[in-house]
Design a protein around this ligand. Sequence first.
Ligand code: NAP
Length: 279
Amino acid sequence: MPKVLVTGANGMLGQDLCPILEDEGYEVIETDIQNLDITNPGIVNRVLNQEKPDIVIHCAAYTNVDKAEEDIDTARLINAKGTENIAKVCSEIDAVLVYISTDYVFNGGVNVKRTEPYMPFDETDPLNNYGLTKWEGEEAVRKHCKKYFITRTSWLYGIHGKNFVETMISLADKPELKVVDDQIGCPTWTVELSNGIAKLLKGSNYGTYHVCGSGKTSWYGFAKEIFNLAGLNVNLKPCTTDEFPRPAKRPYYSVMDNNKICRDWKIALKDYINLRDLG
Ligand SMILES: NC(=O)c1ccc[n+]([C@@H]2O[C@H](COP(=O)([O-])OP(=O)(O)OC[C@H]3O[C@@H](n4cnc5c(N)ncnc54)[C@H](OP(=O)(O)O)[C@@H]3O)[C@@H](O)[C@H]2O)c1
């Protein structure tokens, strides 16, 4: 039975990913900052050499996009240096490395308006510190490992973390709710991403992949579908990015071509809403 070690296993993705891997028949070693601080090369070396996993799925990250604008050092330490620590040891112990990256490695048509989905080989150009440090993590993986999957995902939501779907539902009783309509992307359920990773692991076509929901929408369109599926009647209004300035710039268009690895975002969202209602 192949052994998989997961970093950041207590995070939103990690908590959905680990049981799915177990169902797939993997032996799963769950780690997080308490027992595997990825910024400490000595600890990374010791734990990975003790466990000798066949596969490492690296979910741990600095994920506060706005805070990264004022604290690039911490974001870089975790997303770039931490990933390099993992990548070096994976290469030494001949483990396959799966690195979770982001649509924020692209600029989203900031200079020239974009309408075509990004392909995995398209030019990267991060707009914010989070995207930059995640891209540096990608580069570390490409530099140190031969057996790797870089899986870029986007607009992630899942039952185990703070996310857009839950935020919208918590705001449903407001007299009016304005949501940005000029940023387009691909909403992705953590379960879809986990299944996508499991599919990739069945083969050895290493490289960079986009593992996000199929189709596209704006944050406004996403919110509208959430309320529709949840049966909530909300006074929802579209607005522009300029009306909601944030510390970190966001791409206007970060739709990624996923080569059909995940289902349509609306179908996945329906499953999520049904499951959360049951829970
Ligand atoms: N959320 C999104 O919309 C999105 C979009 C695209 C890509 N991604 C990527 O998807 C992956 C999973 O995201 P997520 O939303 O599940 O993130 P998350 O909920 O923030 O989980 C990240 C986990 O990493 C842990 N961690 C932080 N620093 C660490 C360290 N030094 N050593 C070990 N563990 C550490 C965190 O612990 P603490 O909570 O204690 O800090 C947390 O358990 C990340 O790589 C992220 O960059 C996310």
